[in-house]
Design a protein around this ligand. Structure first.
Ligand SMILES: [Zn+2]
Length: 229
């Protein structure tokens, strides 16, 4: 009986060892870069919607498809390492469908989600919940659209503006604007209310070194980017 048990244990151990050895050989054979070029970067529905989204925003706004959430948010300071790592990983493995970025200030203006169907699967619901929670926590405006055969640029713009208006401004702990430095020279900013043009009435944080430096950050509590388009 003991002999049989010993044989059985040896067989299991040998089986496991063989399994690891085979994996190792295959990994070696695949090389360091076992990659091949992927297929289309966007689904047909995403590509179709992107055409209208580009028309719905002013030229100075850049529409970036498939942006990692981790590229749009940072993790709050003061958390323990495990919580921080978990939060980072969760944000790193998920994408926003589109992120709309101001080319001049390089700031995120609004994120856009294109939903194919109601969130039927558990995975889809969890992704949707995570995105909603992350955006609310980070005060990022989010606009959602249902996939369709065609879209109206004016309607898309209206949804974007209301999403920006609806986003909560923050809890007061975050100074306005983010980081509170000039994007061009890292200098101080002063609040300025625009007197004319498409941004009339909107407040803008301008570089204190103006006119030597033309850097500025739009007040994120207002959607001036979409006025007068
Ligand atoms: Zn400056």
């Amino acid at each position: 009986m003991d002999v049989l048990a010993a044989i059985a244990v040896s067989a299991v151990v040998l089986g496991i060892a063989y399994h690891y050895w085979r994996d190792l050989v295959m990994a070696r054979a695949a090389g360091v870069y076992p990659y091949q070029r992927g297929g289309a970067m966007l689904s047909e529905a995403e590509a179709r919607f992107l055409q209208t989204l580009k028309l719905a925003v002013p030229k100075r706004l850049l529409v970036c498809p498939k942006v990692r959430i981790a590229d749009c948010v940072t993790v709050r300071k003061g958390l323990n390492r495990t919580t921080e790592r978990l939060a980072l990983t969760r944000a790193a493995v998920k994408n926003f469908d589109f992120a709309v970025v101001d080319e001049v200030t390089r700031q995120l203006v609004v994120v856009v989600e294109l939903d194919d169907e109601p969130f039927v699967t558990r995975k889809a619901r969890r992704r949707e919940e995570f995105i909603a929670g992350a955006c609310e926590a980070a005060c990022i405006p989010i606009a959602r659209f249902r996939a369709a055969q065609s879209y109206d640029a004016n309607e898309v713009r209206t949804v974007l503006v209301s999403a920006i208006n609806a986003a909560k401004v923050g809890n007061g702990e975050v100074p306005e604007p983010q980081g509170a430095v000039c994007p061009e020279c890292n200098g101080a900013l002063v609040l300025f209310v625009v007197q004319a043009g498409v941004l009339k009435g909107c407040s803008v944080w301008r570089c204190a070194r103006r006119p030597a430096c033309k850097g500025y950050v739009l007040n994120r509590t207002e959607p001036p980017h979409l006025h007068g388009v």
